[in-house]
Design a protein around this ligand. Sequence first.
Ligand code: ACO
Length: 325
Amino acid sequence: MSKRAILAGIGGYLPNLIVTNDELARSLDTSDAWIQERTGIRQRHVAGEGETAAFMGARAAEAALRDAGAGPGEVDAIILATSTPDQAFPATALRVQAALGVTRGFAFDLAAACSGFIYALAVAEGMIRAGQARGVLVIGSEVYSRILDWQDRGTCVLFGDGAGAVFLHAARDSGDPATARGVLSTHLHADGRHGDILYVDGAVGRHDLPGTLKMNGPAVFRQAVTLLAAAVEEALAANGLERGAVDWLVPHQANLRIIEAMGKKLGLPPERVVVTIDRHANTSAASIPLALAEAVGDGRIRRGDLVLMEALGGGLTWGSALVRL
Ligand code: ACO
């Protein structure tokens, strides 16, 4: 009997400090009205001194394990998606491993910018199917506040900090996709030719250039609308689903206009599209698991619901995952 990866638990962590658009407008030539109209963002959480990628990732992972009723002894692997690791090495995933008290298995970081969670979920699911691991923590943890140019109004208003996690566990595949829980499909894409429309202009050890995020917003917007629409079509076609067949869209939260366009593409009413960008802004690899944690936590998404997730990020990288909760 083949195996399927089920989402046994979901959790999230957000820093205590909230910064509103009005607060940013005190030191930046911007306004709450501009930010809300162009992006849907009202506020973001910003990490304090001790709220590192490892700290937040560990808190989100603990919440996901608690939700699953599982302990550290059931964790075979930790895959942590981040573009803002605390150190070049050890990988942030290993700091999380130590913080959780996991003493076996393996752990590594994965870098795919805002698509990091989808990439990490796909890798974890493949490992579970292959029998390399039974319990895998998939974490997205980001501290973009540390790579933003706080004088650049075109980028610094867009991002926030936070972490989200799911605990994937192996289950026997019933073979019937109409009822089977777990990850039903993942599709990953990358096109390095677009590397210069969204990037960080620095590198580890470059003391002269610690690196801040640079983005050609309109160019990324154009790519996102086209590539994510194709990714949504691809996921529906691969699973033999019609428009309107999924119960929920849990998208990466980069821009409300992009999110709404994808909801329409799927034939979903707005209340079936999970939106957190208004309160979290863009938390990159953490945005999807944070949104999932919120919508499962408040009872909107229930066991058995069919959920499509999609993301696009720097690279460019993009992809989708279809999951039955
Ligand atoms: N406040 C006020 N004005 C601003 C601000 C601001 N915060 N930022 C830019 N402007 C100005 C610009 O200077 C420009 O002024 P000008 O016309 O006088 O030159 C004007 O507003 C329009 O700027 P645009 O960049 O063309 O604005 P646009 O409508 O495209 O919105 C945005 C910008 C929100 C960034 C949009 O392009 C977007 O969401 N892009 C996609 C982002 C995305 O999906 N990123 C992917 C994931 S991120 C990751 O992977 C790390």
